[in-house]
Design a protein around this ligand. Sequence first.
Ligand code: ADA
Length: 555
Amino acid sequence: MERLFRTHYTRKKIEINPIWDFCTVDNNGNKGETIKMVVPSCWESHPNLASYRGKALYSQKFSFGGNIRLVFKGVSHTANIYLDGKFIKYHYNAYTEFDVILKNIDYSEHLLEVQVDNSFHKESSLHVPNDYYSYGGITRPVVVEQLGDTYIKQLHFTPSKTDNVWNAHIKTTIVNLSEKAKTLKVDIQIDEDNAIHFDEVTLAANSENVFEKALEIFTAEEYSIESPQLYYLKAIAYENGQPVDDLIDRVGFRSIKIQGKDILLNGKKLHLKGFNRHEDYAEFGCALPLQAMQRDIEILKDLGSNCVRTSHYPNDERFLDLCDEYGILVWEEAHARGLSEEQMRHKNFDKQSADCISEMIENHYNHPSIFTWGILNECASYTDYGRGCYEKQYSLMRELDESRPLTSASCHFGKDKCLDLLDIVSFNIYPGWYFDEPATEHLKRLKEWIASTEGKDKPLIISETGAGAVYGFRSTNKAKWTEDLQEEILEEQVTSVLENKDCSGVFIWQFADCRVSNENFYARPKSQNNKGVVDIYRRQKLAYKKVKEIFEKFK
Ligand code: ADA
């Protein structure tokens, strides 16, 4: 299942066998032996492919016909899709969903082939050797939907509150795929008592129409961390009184506002206590099964976290669904980590970033748990060229979503040029780990410098702080990489941030250890970033209990 609830009653899904044929493909196009591969999964989970980087071909036969929508929730990281030998779609980026609509296909058995490439090829500006691993494969679910002549392409819900009454602003897009005009009626149901009925419209052949309306919901129950009340929002399209398509999403009534240096959730100041998390798990790579995702959520809850940052890319939507259900607030981030100005000048950087942002916001817009969108972690925000990139990306994000504040995690203390562009100032700091300075002193100096910039009247989040430890390495001498040293450093860092009342909170780097790319991370024992409070198998390190204690203390 690609979501945690049923998204259609009228629209039909076509089942596909999860075992696909798979072979590696070398640079000359020669194919390796055909083996079986589970979809979704990372090919690194296969015993013979644990560190394979390159191209591969997935193929699957199944029967369908008519109008078909193929949805790929994530292919890592470059995909070329073919139907019956004919090229139908190219997509770049492992972490965003894309679809293909196929019209009037013959009813028969068809061959679907997905050519996947996870090499750091020259067209790739965002997947580069990095402090996490770019896995290979069809790593998130594939869905095949049977469409009629018309279908609901988009459904966006924006809650707001005025004079104590919740308002639901709805925007939905309906597409006519046929060669004839179609007369349709669209209804939106929010709950048993509240619905929006749009007037009947006639859509020209091969066209789409946007329907938009707002409704006051007097009975709405607020969505909060303590009580994450969710609603099923249903859009139904009718032709001649008969339902022809539907789309269901889950939403919540909550408001996020910035007031001076505070971030307000439903009018109350937020104190964020949480973690940065990579999608990575020893046996599964980035393709975590649902039970592993839920395990992570339970661990986050046990630690007393109220938030998580999807560093450094958009996440599997099932994880976001879980965050919605558990009341864990999400900083969802577009894909990019530590790119230099030279890397940002890559010929494809602007387009690949814009595509990632658009696909992330378009598809994850309704999640009530997402409280901010982030971009460009630790990129060149201190150069004029870099600033131009930040400016473009923020303006695109504001066009796509006016309702959420924007942020970016910076490490350029003293030289960042972008603090006027964002809504929340966020800094990654590692006192006691990468440099020797008491955390309180470092934070004080950081705040003094921010006070001299355009970021001075904005909220501040410490978006990363942490220290490394190799699981099981214990010593009273507190040597580097011991759990003992990690515990000591984290205690000082996290306490000093949470004691700062004018700081909106902390995201610890990081939740769990993660694999890093082989190419350039010689400073990472075991080729992992070892700053997790649990290891890559989710075994607790010493710091786990300490962080839990501190989070509990700052309730
Ligand atoms: C940075 C970066 C993280 C990670 C971290 C570290 O702040 O954003 O991805 O690399 O440093 O462990 O050094």
